[in-house]
Design a protein around this ligand. Structure first.
Ligand code: ATP
Length: 287
Protein backbone atom coordinates (compact mmCIF):
# COMPACT_ATOMS: atom_id res chain seq x y z
CA UNK A 1 0.00 0.00 0.00
CA UNK A 2 1.58 3.35 -0.99
CA UNK A 3 2.06 6.08 1.60
CA UNK A 4 1.00 9.12 -0.41
CA UNK A 5 -1.01 8.97 -3.65
CA UNK A 6 -1.47 11.86 -6.08
CA UNK A 7 -4.21 11.57 -8.74
CA UNK A 8 -4.35 13.78 -11.78
CA UNK A 9 -3.48 14.47 -15.37
CA UNK A 10 -0.25 13.41 -17.05
CA UNK A 11 0.42 15.24 -20.30
CA UNK A 12 3.06 16.62 -22.63
CA UNK A 13 3.35 20.40 -22.27
CA UNK A 14 4.15 21.99 -25.62
CA UNK A 15 5.15 25.63 -25.14
CA UNK A 16 5.17 27.86 -28.22
CA UNK A 17 6.95 31.18 -27.69
CA UNK A 18 5.37 33.46 -30.30
CA UNK A 19 6.88 36.72 -31.49
CA UNK A 20 3.53 37.58 -33.04
CA UNK A 21 0.43 35.78 -34.24
CA UNK A 22 0.85 33.90 -37.59
CA UNK A 23 -1.29 35.34 -40.38
CA UNK A 24 -3.69 32.71 -41.84
CA UNK A 25 -1.87 30.61 -44.43
CA UNK A 26 1.60 31.94 -43.49
CA UNK A 27 4.70 30.21 -42.11
CA UNK A 28 6.24 31.76 -39.06
CA UNK A 29 9.27 30.65 -37.04
CA UNK A 30 8.64 30.11 -33.31
CA UNK A 31 10.61 28.63 -30.41
CA UNK A 32 8.77 25.39 -29.50
CA UNK A 33 9.71 23.30 -26.45
CA UNK A 34 8.00 20.24 -25.03
CA UNK A 35 8.34 18.54 -21.66
CA UNK A 36 6.43 16.42 -19.17
CA UNK A 37 3.51 18.13 -17.45
CA UNK A 38 -0.08 17.78 -16.28
CA UNK A 39 -1.48 19.32 -13.07
CA UNK A 40 -1.30 16.23 -10.86
CA UNK A 41 1.97 14.99 -12.33
CA UNK A 42 3.73 18.26 -11.54
CA UNK A 43 2.69 18.01 -7.88
CA UNK A 44 3.97 14.42 -7.71
CA UNK A 45 7.34 15.34 -9.26
CA UNK A 46 7.88 18.23 -6.84
CA UNK A 47 6.87 16.07 -3.86
CA UNK A 48 9.35 13.36 -4.87
CA UNK A 49 12.14 15.93 -5.32
CA UNK A 50 11.38 17.24 -1.82
CA UNK A 51 11.86 13.74 -0.42
CA UNK A 52 8.23 12.62 0.05
CA UNK A 53 7.75 9.11 -1.40
CA UNK A 54 4.78 9.43 -3.75
CA UNK A 55 2.76 7.23 -6.09
CA UNK A 56 1.08 8.95 -9.03
CA UNK A 57 -2.11 7.50 -10.56
CA UNK A 58 -3.04 8.48 -14.13
CA UNK A 59 -3.57 7.10 -17.65
CA UNK A 60 -1.53 7.51 -20.85
CA UNK A 61 -2.10 6.40 -24.44
CA UNK A 62 -0.21 3.58 -26.13
CA UNK A 63 2.12 6.01 -27.90
CA UNK A 64 5.73 7.13 -27.62
CA UNK A 65 4.70 10.20 -25.64
CA UNK A 66 3.12 7.99 -22.97
CA UNK A 67 6.25 5.87 -22.63
CA UNK A 68 8.35 9.02 -22.28
CA UNK A 69 6.04 10.62 -19.73
CA UNK A 70 6.12 7.55 -17.47
CA UNK A 71 9.91 7.25 -17.77
CA UNK A 72 10.27 10.92 -16.83
CA UNK A 73 8.14 10.40 -13.70
CA UNK A 74 10.22 7.40 -12.64
CA UNK A 75 13.45 9.33 -13.25
CA UNK A 76 12.17 12.07 -10.92
CA UNK A 77 11.63 9.50 -8.15
CA UNK A 78 7.84 9.15 -8.48
CA UNK A 79 6.34 5.64 -8.36
CA UNK A 80 4.07 5.56 -11.42
CA UNK A 81 0.68 3.80 -11.10
CA UNK A 82 -0.04 4.67 -14.73
CA UNK A 83 -2.30 2.56 -16.98
CA UNK A 84 -1.70 2.49 -20.73
CA UNK A 85 -5.01 2.80 -22.61
CA UNK A 86 -5.00 0.91 -25.94
CA UNK A 87 -5.95 3.06 -28.90
CA UNK A 88 -5.89 6.35 -26.95
CA UNK A 89 -3.51 9.29 -27.36
CA UNK A 90 -1.59 10.61 -24.37
CA UNK A 91 -2.67 14.02 -23.09
CA UNK A 92 -1.18 17.13 -24.67
CA UNK A 93 -1.39 20.77 -23.59
CA UNK A 94 -0.24 23.47 -26.02
CA UNK A 95 0.56 26.84 -24.45
CA UNK A 96 0.91 29.83 -26.77
CA UNK A 97 3.00 32.48 -25.03
CA UNK A 98 2.94 35.98 -26.51
CA UNK A 99 5.84 38.43 -26.11
CA UNK A 100 4.33 40.12 -23.01
CA UNK A 101 3.93 36.72 -21.33
CA UNK A 102 0.17 36.43 -22.05
CA UNK A 103 -0.62 32.71 -22.26
CA UNK A 104 -3.42 30.88 -24.13
CA UNK A 105 -3.84 27.13 -23.81
CA UNK A 106 -5.24 24.31 -25.93
CA UNK A 107 -5.75 21.03 -24.05
CA UNK A 108 -6.39 17.50 -25.30
CA UNK A 109 -6.78 15.40 -22.15
CA UNK A 110 -6.71 12.23 -24.27
CA UNK A 111 -6.13 9.07 -22.20
CA UNK A 112 -6.57 11.03 -18.95
CA UNK A 113 -10.32 10.84 -19.58
CA UNK A 114 -10.15 7.02 -19.24
CA UNK A 115 -9.14 7.10 -15.55
CA UNK A 116 -11.31 4.66 -13.59
CA UNK A 117 -11.76 3.71 -9.93
CA UNK A 118 -9.49 0.64 -10.27
CA UNK A 119 -6.59 2.90 -11.35
CA UNK A 120 -6.26 4.62 -7.97
CA UNK A 121 -4.61 2.74 -5.10
CA UNK A 122 -5.76 3.51 -1.55
CA UNK A 123 -2.91 5.25 0.30
CA UNK A 124 -1.78 4.61 3.85
CA UNK A 125 -1.54 8.33 4.78
CA UNK A 126 -2.63 10.90 2.21
CA UNK A 127 -4.47 11.37 -1.09
CA UNK A 128 -4.09 14.49 -3.23
CA UNK A 129 -6.61 15.07 -6.01
CA UNK A 130 -5.75 17.46 -8.80
CA UNK A 131 -8.93 19.37 -9.62
CA UNK A 132 -9.13 18.36 -13.29
CA UNK A 133 -9.85 14.83 -12.08
CA UNK A 134 -13.27 15.93 -10.82
CA UNK A 135 -14.45 17.57 -14.05
CA UNK A 136 -15.07 14.84 -16.68
CA UNK A 137 -17.53 12.02 -15.79
CA UNK A 138 -15.14 9.00 -15.77
CA UNK A 139 -12.25 10.57 -13.85
CA UNK A 140 -14.75 12.27 -11.51
CA UNK A 141 -16.21 8.88 -10.54
CA UNK A 142 -12.65 7.59 -9.98
CA UNK A 143 -11.75 10.64 -7.91
CA UNK A 144 -14.88 10.40 -5.76
CA UNK A 145 -14.31 6.69 -5.14
CA UNK A 146 -10.68 7.37 -4.20
CA UNK A 147 -11.67 10.20 -1.87
CA UNK A 148 -14.27 8.07 -0.09
CA UNK A 149 -11.91 5.07 0.20
CA UNK A 150 -9.07 7.24 1.52
CA UNK A 151 -11.28 8.87 4.17
CA UNK A 152 -12.72 5.48 5.18
CA UNK A 153 -9.15 4.22 5.61
CA UNK A 154 -8.38 7.17 7.93
CA UNK A 155 -6.21 9.09 5.44
CA UNK A 156 -6.12 12.84 5.01
CA UNK A 157 -7.18 14.20 1.59
CA UNK A 158 -6.25 17.47 -0.16
CA UNK A 159 -7.88 18.86 -3.30
CA UNK A 160 -7.05 21.77 -5.55
CA UNK A 161 -9.78 23.09 -7.84
CA UNK A 162 -7.57 23.33 -11.00
CA UNK A 163 -8.92 26.52 -12.60
CA UNK A 164 -11.96 28.76 -12.67
CA UNK A 165 -13.08 27.93 -16.25
CA UNK A 166 -13.93 24.23 -15.77
CA UNK A 167 -14.98 24.89 -12.17
CA UNK A 168 -17.63 27.40 -13.32
CA UNK A 169 -18.63 25.23 -16.29
CA UNK A 170 -19.09 22.06 -14.22
CA UNK A 171 -20.75 23.84 -11.31
CA UNK A 172 -19.37 25.21 -8.07
CA UNK A 173 -22.10 23.58 -5.96
CA UNK A 174 -21.29 20.16 -7.33
CA UNK A 175 -17.54 20.66 -6.70
CA UNK A 176 -18.25 21.76 -3.11
CA UNK A 177 -20.46 18.71 -2.55
CA UNK A 178 -17.89 16.37 -4.15
CA UNK A 179 -15.08 17.64 -1.93
CA UNK A 180 -17.00 18.08 1.35
CA UNK A 181 -15.04 15.24 2.99
CA UNK A 182 -11.61 16.62 2.01
CA UNK A 183 -9.29 17.60 4.86
CA UNK A 184 -7.61 20.49 2.99
CA UNK A 185 -8.48 22.58 -0.05
CA UNK A 186 -5.87 24.68 -1.88
CA UNK A 187 -7.47 27.13 -4.35
CA UNK A 188 -5.83 30.25 -5.80
CA UNK A 189 -7.52 33.60 -5.07
CA UNK A 190 -9.77 33.51 -8.17
CA UNK A 191 -10.93 29.97 -7.42
CA UNK A 192 -11.53 30.85 -3.75
CA UNK A 193 -13.68 33.82 -4.84
CA UNK A 194 -15.69 31.60 -7.20
CA UNK A 195 -16.13 28.88 -4.56
CA UNK A 196 -17.28 31.20 -1.78
CA UNK A 197 -18.66 34.34 -3.45
CA UNK A 198 -16.27 36.37 -1.21
CA UNK A 199 -14.13 38.89 -3.11
CA UNK A 200 -11.68 39.31 -0.21
CA UNK A 201 -9.27 36.31 -0.15
CA UNK A 202 -9.05 36.33 3.68
CA UNK A 203 -12.84 36.14 3.98
CA UNK A 204 -12.91 33.41 1.34
CA UNK A 205 -10.18 31.46 3.18
CA UNK A 206 -12.17 31.68 6.43
CA UNK A 207 -15.33 30.52 4.64
CA UNK A 208 -13.49 27.50 3.22
CA UNK A 209 -11.93 26.75 6.61
CA UNK A 210 -15.45 26.49 8.03
CA UNK A 211 -15.99 23.49 5.70
CA UNK A 212 -12.61 21.75 6.04
CA UNK A 213 -9.87 21.21 8.61
CA UNK A 214 -7.82 23.82 6.77
CA UNK A 215 -7.73 25.99 3.65
CA UNK A 216 -4.78 27.47 1.77
CA UNK A 217 -5.42 30.34 -0.65
CA UNK A 218 -2.50 31.28 -2.90
CA UNK A 219 -2.26 34.94 -3.89
CA UNK A 220 0.28 34.97 -6.74
CA UNK A 221 2.91 37.68 -6.10
CA UNK A 222 1.22 38.43 -2.74
CA UNK A 223 2.05 35.03 -1.22
CA UNK A 224 -0.44 32.74 0.46
CA UNK A 225 -2.97 32.44 3.31
CA UNK A 226 -3.64 29.60 5.73
CA UNK A 227 -7.01 29.44 7.51
CA UNK A 228 -8.17 26.89 10.08
CA UNK A 229 -10.87 27.52 12.68
CA UNK A 230 -10.25 31.07 13.97
CA UNK A 231 -6.63 31.12 12.78
CA UNK A 232 -5.65 33.13 9.72
CA UNK A 233 -1.98 33.40 8.69
CA UNK A 234 -0.54 35.34 5.75
CA UNK A 235 2.98 34.89 4.40
CA UNK A 236 4.37 37.03 1.56
CA UNK A 237 5.88 35.52 -1.58
CA UNK A 238 9.67 35.51 -1.99
CA UNK A 239 10.95 38.48 -3.96
CA UNK A 240 12.36 36.78 -7.04
CA UNK A 241 12.80 37.82 -10.65
CA UNK A 242 9.83 36.10 -12.27
CA UNK A 243 10.60 34.27 -15.53
CA UNK A 244 7.56 31.98 -15.96
CA UNK A 245 4.71 31.38 -13.48
CA UNK A 246 3.50 28.15 -15.17
CA UNK A 247 3.01 25.47 -12.52
CA UNK A 248 3.58 27.85 -9.60
CA UNK A 249 0.44 26.55 -7.88
CA UNK A 250 1.51 22.90 -8.28
CA UNK A 251 4.97 23.66 -6.88
CA UNK A 252 3.39 25.52 -3.95
CA UNK A 253 1.05 22.59 -3.24
CA UNK A 254 3.93 20.10 -3.20
CA UNK A 255 6.06 22.30 -0.94
CA UNK A 256 3.15 22.82 1.44
CA UNK A 257 2.21 19.12 1.58
CA UNK A 258 5.80 17.95 2.01
CA UNK A 259 5.97 19.76 5.37
CA UNK A 260 2.32 19.47 6.44
CA UNK A 261 2.44 15.69 5.99
CA UNK A 262 5.61 15.46 8.05
CA UNK A 263 4.69 17.59 11.07
CA UNK A 264 1.25 19.22 10.52
CA UNK A 265 2.81 22.67 11.08
CA UNK A 266 0.81 24.92 8.70
CA UNK A 267 3.06 27.97 9.02
CA UNK A 268 6.23 26.01 8.19
CA UNK A 269 4.23 24.34 5.42
CA UNK A 270 3.21 27.74 3.97
CA UNK A 271 6.86 28.77 3.97
CA UNK A 272 7.90 25.57 2.22
CA UNK A 273 5.18 26.10 -0.40
CA UNK A 274 6.30 29.68 -1.03
CA UNK A 275 9.93 28.57 -1.35
CA UNK A 276 9.14 25.80 -3.85
CA UNK A 277 6.93 28.18 -5.88
CA UNK A 278 9.71 30.81 -5.89
CA UNK A 279 12.13 28.27 -7.38
CA UNK A 280 9.65 27.46 -10.16
CA UNK A 281 8.65 31.03 -11.08
CA UNK A 282 12.31 32.03 -11.36
CA UNK A 283 12.90 29.47 -14.15
CA UNK A 284 11.14 28.51 -17.39
CA UNK A 285 8.75 25.51 -17.21
CA UNK A 286 6.51 23.97 -14.55
CA UNK A 287 8.98 21.55 -13.00
N1 ATP B 1 4.68 37.00 -9.62
C1 ATP B 1 5.05 36.20 -8.60
N2 ATP B 1 6.08 36.54 -7.80
C2 ATP B 1 6.48 35.74 -6.78
N3 ATP B 1 5.87 34.56 -6.48
C3 ATP B 1 4.84 34.19 -7.24
C4 ATP B 1 4.38 34.97 -8.34
N4 ATP B 1 3.33 34.31 -8.92
C5 ATP B 1 3.16 33.17 -8.20
N5 ATP B 1 4.05 33.09 -7.20
C6 ATP B 1 4.18 32.03 -6.20
O1 ATP B 1 3.43 30.91 -6.62
C7 ATP B 1 2.36 30.63 -5.68
C8 ATP B 1 1.14 30.19 -6.44
O2 ATP B 1 0.77 31.21 -7.35
P1 ATP B 1 -0.75 31.50 -7.75
O3 ATP B 1 -1.49 32.00 -6.58
O4 ATP B 1 -0.69 32.36 -8.96
O5 ATP B 1 -1.29 30.02 -8.04
P2 ATP B 1 -1.94 29.39 -9.34
O6 ATP B 1 -2.83 30.41 -9.99
O7 ATP B 1 -2.52 28.10 -8.93
O8 ATP B 1 -0.67 29.17 -10.23
P3 ATP B 1 -0.58 28.42 -11.64
O9 ATP B 1 -1.98 28.30 -12.18
O10 ATP B 1 0.32 29.35 -12.45
O11 ATP B 1 0.07 27.14 -11.32
C9 ATP B 1 2.17 31.94 -4.91
O12 ATP B 1 1.64 31.68 -3.62
C10 ATP B 1 3.60 32.47 -4.87
O13 ATP B 1 4.32 31.83 -3.84
Amino acid sequence: MPDVVVVGDLATDVVVLLDGAPAPGSDRPAAIRSHGGGAGANVAVHLARLGTPVTFAACVGDDAAGTGLVAELAAAGVTPAVRTVAGAASGTIVSLVEPGGQRSMLADRGANLALGAADVPVPRRHLHLSGYTLFAPGPRAAGLAALAAARAAGCTVSVDPASTGPLAARGVDRWLADTAAATLVLPNADEARLLTGCADPATAARALAARHAGAVVTLGADGALWAAGDVLVHRPAHAVEVVDTTGAGDAFTAGFLSVWLADRNPVRALEAGLTQAAVVVARPGAR
